[in-house]
Design a protein around this ligand. Structure first.
Ligand code: FDP
Length: 355
């Protein structure tokens, strides 16, 4: 199951062994996400099960979205829905579908105070007819959507916060919390296989969907970024002329003195997934047409930053850690530098020359 690059730590081995003993079953190394989450919950006697249940619901939504993504080339689902999202980008049918699936998987659970989606302008209250709970889920239902109709990997990103406002139901304030307050974050990669990767602050765990049984199976327990990392950078270099001097110098340095290679998919989840497994540096800098950067703090940067940090990496906006940034608006954008710690540190140092 685990590759030599991601050795299984003893705690995980012990858990598998314990589970097998308890059930007096033959030793099995197949751990489904349900089994894993229940096992994790048992290790926290104070847990109510709400969090476990939320992750189950998100995993179910991921399977439904993944099923549609996989057949997108076969049915007439590809194509613009004829309107634009709040960022002025063309909304595609699969985005709309994924947004609805996430909403419907979560609205009636009684676990959420409110939600926010990258596809919705304002935060999403829980309908009065349903009970409200203590958690807040923020999601980007289908990230990298310009890759849908060319059959390239795309993803869903989510983060979970605890409600901080005092009323029974959630408010905007509950959504505008810094990344450091996330209780969990994850992504689903719809690639050559579908993977769900998440952290709740105790390491990063990856699960691969076995389509024959419809289950996410633990494939990457306690995932750590490799040391030393691959020397690979990931950036849309077509914007070079619109970058700051510091950013231009950084990329020139990586190419020459750093002897880096380059890989850019243009789908955040896929680019970061590769960097998690192999190491490297992802950059989406500020540039003349996007002076604040392009990627969204709440829907993209903060959840991915939590995962990367938990895997031993770092995420910065070129000045400060992404996790420390207090959001001021739901759809706030930031420049993003993410990946192996030493490379993100280097980016910060070279960008400081711009100041
Ligand atoms: P997309 O526009 O295809 O939805 O923020 C969305 C995103 O993709 C990211 O997934 C990706 O990293 C980035 O934008 C790609 O932007 P560029 O096309 O400007 O490189």
């Amino acid at each position: 199951m685990a590759s030599p690059r991601h050795p299984v730590r003893s705690s995980f081995r012990e858990r598998v062994a314990r589970t097998s003993d308890t059930n007096a079953m033959p030793q099995s190394h197949v751990v489904t996400i349900s089994r894993f989450l229940i096992d994790e919950q048992r290790r926290h006697p104070e847990a109510t099960g709400a969090f476990t249940s939320l992750l189950h619901d998100i995993a179910l939504a991921a399977k439904i979205i993944g099923r549609e993504v996989n057949k997108a080339g076969l049915v007439d689902i590809i194509g613009a829905a004829g309107n634009e999202n709040v960022h002025g980008e063309e909304v595609q049918k699969l985005d709309v579908f994924a947004n609805q699936v996430m909403y419907r998987a979560l609205d009636h659970t009684g676990l959420l105070a409110c939600m926010a989606s990258e596809e919705n302008e304002t935060f999403i209250p829980i309908p009065e007819k349903f009970e409200a709970g203590d958690y807040v889920v923020i999601y980007d239902p289908l990230d990298g959507s310009s890759n849908i109709d060319v059959n390239v990997s795309i993803g869903t990103i989510f983060s979970i916060h605890k409600k901080i406002s005092s009323g029974e139901r959630g408010t905007l304030e509950d959504c505008l919390q810094p990344g450091s307050k996330q209780v969990a974050a994850g992504y689903v990669l719809y690639g050559s296989s579908t993977m769900l990767v998440y952290t709740s602050g105790a390491g990063v765990h990856g699960f691969t969907l076995d389509p024959s049984i419809g289950e996410f199976i633990l494939s990457h327990p306690l995932l750590r970024m490799p040391e030393p990392p691959s020397k690979v950078y990931s950036v849309n270099e077509a914007y070079y002329a619109r970058w700051s001097r510091g950013q231009q110098r950084l990329v020139s340095h990586l190419k020459t003195a750093g002897e880096f290679g380059s890989r850019y998919i243009g789908s955040l989840v896929a680019d970061i997934h590769r960097i998690l497994l192999q190491g490297g540096l992802f950059m989406y800098p500020r540039e003349e047409r996007n002076p604040e950067g392009k990627l969204r703090l709440l829907y993209e940067a903060a959840p991915m930053a939590f995962i990367v940090e938990q895997a031993g990496g770092r995420a910065s906006d070129g000045r400060v850690d992404v996790m420390s940034i207090q959001p001021e608006a739901l759809h706030q954008r930031i420049p993003l530098y993410m990946g192996s710690r030493e490379f993100v540190d280097l980016a910060d140092r070279m960008l400081a020359e711009d100041e």
